[in-house]
Design a binder for this molecule. Structure first.
Ligand SMILES: *[C@@H]1O[C@H](CO)[C@@H](O)[C@H](O)[C@H]1NC(C)=O
Ligand SMILES: *[C@@H]1O[C@H](CO)[C@@H](O)[C@H](O)[C@H]1NC(C)=O
Ligand SMILES: *[C@@H]1O[C@H](CO)[C@@H](O)[C@H](O)[C@H]1NC(C)=O
Ligand SMILES: *[C@@H]1O[C@H](CO)[C@@H](O)[C@H](O)[C@H]1NC(C)=O
Length: 213
């Protein structure tokens, strides 16, 4: 289905840097909308997600026609703790089960992220006209990329940039609500149960980000 074999190879690095005074926070349970745009301005995907912060589970379903046409239709169920994910096709009730080689994703700050700065978007002095964010950065691959992630003081991700040698992506998080509205979205659909784990081709690194390339 959407399993385009990607030429991009991303490796998760275990960085050793730590912020002196800031520890990365972890986002709460969330339901919201995520848009994915490339550095060239192409709106890749837009859709609703459900995120379980404790169970480290994420469901993302893009809608190719709402409210703007996007280029990618995806239905992903990610289990970051287990290191597996499902690419789901509800139309013909099929799915693919794959191993995650990289568990980085735009809704949670990696534990080894480096605190960059705190910023005030808009106005710092006019009530309701500004947004204070903490910006975190870190490496993405073997010196071939990095990310920059902004989160609110309550640790809600606002936007995450991924920069690589060849491309860049912006994930924007909107309409966040602090609850899991439909827990069923985080359970494996019955037609996916018993699905064998697909072999990862040599040189491929599966990650949430790679699904948009
Ligand atoms: C389901 O549909 C997708 C494309 O829409 C196709 O690639 C896939 O092979 C189909 N799977 C089954 C089991 O029919
Ligand atoms: C987040 O959602 C999960 C799954 O529904 C639940 O087990 C957990 O208690 C929730 N966490 C919080 C802080 O509400
Ligand atoms: C996509 O959005 C359209 C327009 O709001 C809606 O009618 C449709 O049900 C949505 N499809 C999915 C799969 O969410
Ligand atoms: C989306 O694409 C369809 C078919 O190509 C077109 O009819 C429609 O006007 C487009 N909608 C927007 C908002 O661009």
């Amino acid at each position: 289905m959407y399993a385009a074999v990607t030429l991009f190879v991303f490796m998760c690095l275990t960085a050793t840097t730590h912020a002196e005074h800031h520890q990365p926070c972890h986002s709460p349970n969330m339901t919201g909308l995520l848009t994915v745009m490339t550095g060239k301005g192409e709106l890749k995907a837009m859709g609703a997600y459900t995120y379980d912060s404790m169970g480290k589970k994420l469901r993302f379903r893009s809608n190719e026609s709402y409210p703007m046409n996007t280029s990618l239709g995806l239905d992903l169920l990610m289990f970051f703790e287990e290191g597996i994910f499902y690419e789901i096709d509800s139309k013909n009730q099929s799915c693919e089960k794959k191993a995650l080689q990289c568990t980085m994703h735009p809704l949670d700050i990696p534990d080894d992220a480096t605190f960059l700065t705190a910023l005030h978007s808009g106005s710092a002095s006019i009530e309701g006209e500004g947004l204070k964010v903490n910006v975190w950065t870190g490496p993405m691959s073997e010196a071939k990329g990095h990310y920059s992630m902004s989160v609110t003081m309550g640790c809600l991700p606002v936007s995450t940039f991924y920069f690589t040698e060849s491309t860049s992506f912006l994930f924007s998080n909107m309409e966040v609500e602090l609850e899991i509205k439909d827990p069923d979205l985080l359970t494996v659909p019955s037609f996916c149960l018993g699905q064998p784990l697909e072999e990862t081709p040599e040189g491929t690194v599966n990650s949430f980000l790679n699904e948009f390339m």
